[in-house]
Design a protein around this ligand. Structure first.
Ligand code: CA
Length: 230
């Protein structure tokens, strides 16, 4: 998928230079020539990143950046500010109000591309971490439906993965078979609770040594136990 960068800059030679290099790097490039238009475009189009010149007609880059970062809808968009060497105070201010990075004019356009790619990578790595659940030596990737135990990848079916996730999400608490049927299969009425036992047995086999964490609670269901802390 192509990333879009919004370039808010009024100097046409800077625009041309950056547009050329970002397109070459595979970006879609939108350009706005004033702060007001840049802010409106960012709000309307939600670009993947914004390159914001400090000195702009209308709203300044500082004002645009502050507005973007104050708005929950746009605050996650990385902002890279372009500043002139003489604008040290403004540069500091830019970072204070939430710009994610800056480059000083005159800059290398390739450097600007690399910085933006770095900002996007950082943002996406952070998003990945949200999908990772780590409990003791179990690592569960909720986005990829993959799990590993002690660094060993577990070869789980989707049902087994969901069983494990449900147990781990409720670690320390007993889940009835009915609750597991609802969580994993999405139904409970009339379903055969032995289905849970069948899949649980396969999950335990695949967990190997780690299966001791999954306890059968007689007459109730199953519980994922954390190692006792000494
Ligand atoms: Ca300018």
């Amino acid at each position: 998928m192509q990333d879009t960068v919004l370039l808010v800059e009024d100097e046409s030679d800077v625009v041309d230079l950056l547009r050329y290099h970002f397109k070459k790097a595979g970006f879609k490039v939108d350009v706005m020539n004033s702060g007001d238009a840049g802010l409106a475009a960012a709000r309307a189009n939600r670009p993947d990143a914004v390159i914001l010149d400090l000195m702009l007609p209308g709203m300044t880059g500082i004002e645009v950046c502050r507005a973007l970062k104050a708005d929950r809808e746009t605050s996650m968009i990385p902002v890279l500010m372009l500043t002139a060497r003489s604008e040290v105070k403004d540069r500091v201010k830019g970072l204070e109000i939430g710009a994610d990075d800056y480059v000083t004019k005159p800059f290398s356009p390739k450097e600007v591309v690399l910085r933006v790619q770095g900002l996007l990578r950082r943002l996406r790595n952070a998003a990945d971490e949200v999908n990772l659940l780590e409990v003791e030596d179990l690592l569960i990737d909720k986005a990829e439906l993959k799990a590993s135990a002690g660094g060993q990848r577990l070869d789980l079916t989707t049902i087994e993965f969901k069983l494990l996730l449900s147990l781990v999400n409720n670690r320390g608490r007993t889940l009835t078979r009915e609750a597991l049927l609802t969580n994993v299969w999405g139904y409970s009425n009339g379903a055969d609770t032995r289905t849970v036992d069948t899949h649980m047995r396969r999950l335990r086999e695949k967990l190997g040594d780690h299966s001791v964490k999954v306890e059968t609670v007689r007459g109730l269901g199953y519980r994922f136990n954390l190692a006792p802390t000494s």
